[in-house]
Design a protein around this ligand. Structure first.
Ligand SMILES: CCCCC/C=C\C/C=C\C/C=C\CC/C=C/C(=O)SCCNC(=O)CCNC(=O)[C@H](O)C(C)(C)COP(=O)(O)OP(=O)(O)OC[C@H]1O[C@@H](n2cnc3c(N)ncnc32)[C@H](O)[C@@H]1OP(=O)(O)O
Ligand code: FAD
Length: 672
């Protein structure tokens, strides 16, 4: 328990909730963090970063103007970066780049987003993933020392999804051994890159490479864009902010264009392809899509990012629901805590369970990513298509589910959830963007679908398939699922649903083609079903991974931890079986009777989890400085904090605002 939790006076209802909790909270924290060592490391990092007091704002961030908010975010980013560089990276090493602990700690500094986030989040990983060793030796130490600050500019005004359609050109000039960067149209302007608008002095630019008159497709380049002393953009570089956004307003998303702007040949990131001095193009990589590596990396990390943000929202909403009392369902009885309403439990407990499901699946995906990376270092890229398919659908579903449930947490907090000081709107505005960036939801599910249809064709041809789709072989037999075990039955049923949907898509494509249309058109006509098939596949992967892993992770835990963790995982599985009952009835052997039993068990589980609900969110172990919520603080002083925050509003700086004298008074006196 952190010091802030020991010294405060806690709301009586929350105190009672904590007395009811029947399991060892710390053991669950260890599970959520991925082990005891990870928890200890996280706490150490949080202590280092937060005990400096540098994260504290005198005026709430949301009450500042746009410029002051950016200014404040840069100030705090510099302090946080110094702490990360001098103290945190020493503890974590570069593993921190794939570990949400840095982001989690950063939340204490920024209620919105740091303008430096993409420096560590994408600029540094791209140097690691796309540069030769020699190039890394040049750029990496400078980037880690924060001597240079970078952004990742791939998306353009005209194209984000379709990378092959990017218009920025990098044309090699062998005379000077330079690349000439150029933005030929308005739609070729780079757009959206985080940290680019006013902060970064360097930028990774993805451009169409031309040499010897031939285009070789998109490649990444490191581009200095601003003078290191004056910070003025270099001649030939036009850079600025893209304008006010739904969230991310301190993230400094920018635009960038080039007018025949020259960079040295060595600034092409040459791990996967090179241009020699004479302009000869040499392909190094064994897989064409390795230049997309940073996107795969970020998609993998976003699964845990989705989990952490949902855990934050659930913590806020569950604690608030234990403090808040409303209505009078029984005459003469006191108003119940709103968490006692089964409908409220239905809104909230799935959020707790989903945070665990995504965290565990995210851990598993991270290990898979590292295995594939190790294979690729040895020259074997066979597992890349499976990793791409997995990271695509898991990024899509985790960010989409997380955003939807964070919004559900806000609904669960009624009117007070709408206050920015609850932090729920800001968490939502951040997470809903993750559904779009780094690959839009639909686009990524269609990438997974492409892999699934190919896997199905392999199965039909009697060939073997990769592990995550091996269920297609079994499920294709349409055997009856035995419902002697809820979890096993649901997992097998989801696999049957996915398999039947995938096979139906493959058949539909063939049927369309028999009418004489080409494969691409037949594919388009099937995309609504393909997205649905990819979603079912992803759901089956999450259900199976969550169930298998939670069984493994709790094997040596105390009995009550095992019980509560199993209750949550079962709740997750049953929730989705009921949500997708139409699919199950259509494609699996489930009966109405089975579904009725699932509904009953689901309602039993809500009641069983109820006494442990506050304990479960306490186990996420968010310090108040990170939660930054009037509704979710550990002490439950909800109403006091709401009042305190209200009084900090600049609109409360005096009893009469200047606008009264300027406008209202003249209006009421008939002088306007
Ligand atoms: C303070 C602490 C900081 C710590 C930070 C920690 C974490 C960071 C957290 C968050 C990050 C924060 C913010 C991020 C901000 C956002 C950044 C961005 O958005 S950057 C821009 C991202 N852009 C995209 O994602 C674009 C999406 N589009 C694509 O990926 C591709 O264009 C698309 C849709 C995949 C299609 O590509 P295309 O080249 O046209 O390919 P095809 O469809 O023709 O497919 C050809 C084959 O290639 C396979 N493929 C495609 N992609 C990949 C891949 N990545 N890897 C492997 N293989 C791939 C595809 O499956 C086809 O295969 P087959 O031919 O079917 O075999
Ligand atoms: C907050 C934020 C931060 C960002 N940060 C960065 C950054 O740092 N660097 C960077 O380079 N980019 C960044 N981006 C850009 C981001 O990567 C793109 O916005 C994203 O990849 C989606 O591309 P798009 O905007 O072109 O959408 P579009 O592709 O135009 O999508 C619009 C609609 O069309 C649909 N659609 C598109 N193609 C297809 C298809 N083939 N089949 C079916 N439907 C399709 C989509 O599903 C969507 O509904 C950021 C974006 C946001 C919102």
């Amino acid at each position: 328990m952190s010091t802030d939790k020991m010294s405060v006076k806690v709301n009586v209802d929350l105190q009672k909730e904590r007395q009811k909790c029947n399991f060892n909270i710390q053991e669950v924290t260890f599970i959520f963090d991925g082990g005891k060592e990870q928890t200890l490391q996280r706490k150490k990092i949080e202590d280092i970063a937060l005990n400096s007091g540098a994260s504290i704002d005198s005026i709430p961030e949301e009450c500042l103007g746009l410029k002051e908010r950016y200014d404040n975010a840069v100030r705090k980013s510099c302090i946080y970066s110094r702490i990360v560089k001098n103290e945190i990276l020493e503890i974590t090493g570069l593993e921190a780049l794939g570990n949400p602990v840095l982001r989690r700690t950063a939340d204490a500094f920024f209620k919105e987003i740091s303008p430096f986030m993409l420096h560590l989040g994408m600029f540094v990983p791209t140097i690691i993933g796309q540069c030769t060793e020699e190039q890394q030796a040049k750029w990496l130490p400078r980037a880690l020392e924060m001597q240079i600050i970078g952004a990742y500019a791939q998306t353009e005004l005209g194209h984000g999804t379709f990378i092959r359609g990017l218009e920025t050109t990098a044309t090699y000039d062998p005379e000077t051994e330079e690349f000439v960067l150029h933005s030929p149209t308005l739609t070729s302007y780079k757009w959206w890159a985080g940290g680019l608008g006013n902060t970064a002095n360097h930028c990774i630019v993805v451009a169409q490479l031309y040499t010897k008159g031939q285009c070789h497709g998109t490649h990444p380049f490191i581009v200095p864009i601003r003078d290191m002393e004056t910070h003025e953009p270099f001649p030939g570089v036009k850079v600025g902010d893209v304008g006010v956004r739904m969230g991310f307003n301190t993230a400094d998303n920018g635009f960038l264009s080039f007018n025949h702007y020259r960079i040295p040949r060595e600034n092409m990131m040459m791990k996967n392809a090179k241009v020699l001095k004479d302009g000869t193009y040499v392909k190094v990589a064994r897989h064409e899509k390795l230049t997309y590596g940073t996107m795969v990396f970020v998609r993998v990390t976003l699964v845990k990012e989705a989990a952490i943000n949902l855990a934050k929202a659930a913590t806020i909403a569950v604690r608030y629901s234990a403090v808040r009392r409303q209505s009078q369902p029984k005459p003469d009885a006191p108003e119940p805590q709103i968490i006692d309403y089964p409908t409220q439990q239905h809104k909230l407990f799935i959020c707790i369970a989903t945070a665990h499901a995504l965290q565990i699946t995210g851990d598993w995906l991270w290990r898979t990513f590292k295995d594939v990376l190790a294979d690729m270092r040895g020259g074997n890229t066979d597992s890349l298509p499976e990793l791409h398919a997995l990271s695509s659908c898991l990024k899509a579903i985790s960010t989409s589910d997380s955003a939807a449930y964070i919004e559900q947490c806000r609904f669960a907090c009624g009117g007070h959830g709408y206050m920015l000081s609850s932090n729920l709107p800001l968490i939502y505005s951040f997470v809903t963007a993750t559904r779009t960036y780094e690959g839009d939801y639909t686009v990524l599910l269609l990438q997974t679908a492409r892999f699934l249809v190919k896997a199905w064709e392999q199965v039909e041809a009697g060939k073997s398939v990769t592990p995550t789709v091996s269920y297609l072989t079994l499920a294709a037999t349409k055997e009856k699922v035995l419902w002697n075990d809820f979890a096993e039955g649901i997992i097998r049923s989801f696999q049957a649903v996915a398999a039947r949907k995938i096979s139906a898509c493959a058949e539909t494509i063939k049927r369309h083609m028999k009418t004489g249309i080409c494969y691409e058109d037949a594919w388009q006509l099937t995309t609504v079903r393909l997205v649905s098939a990819a979603e079912s596949h992803c759901r089956s992967v999450i259900c199976q991974t969550y169930w298998n892993e939670i069984t493994r992770l709790t094997a040596s835990c105390s009995t009550n931890v095992k019980i509560v963790m199993e209750q949550l995982a079962t709740l997750y599985l049953i929730y989705w079986a009921l949500e997708r009952s139409g699919d199950l009835l259509r494609y699996s052997t489930i009966s109405e009777k089975d579904l009725n039993r699932l509904q009953e068990r689901y309602e039993e589980l809500l009641a069983l989890i109820r006494p442990n609900a506050v304990g479960l969110v306490d186990a996420f172990d968010f310090r108040d400085e990170i939660l930054r919520s009037t509704l979710g603080a550990y002490d439950g002083r909800v109403y006091e904090r709401l009042m305190e925050e209200a009084l900090k509003s600049p609109l409360n700086d005096g009893p009469v605002q200047a606008s009264f004298h300027k406008y209202i008074k003249p209006l009421t006196k008939g002088k306007l």
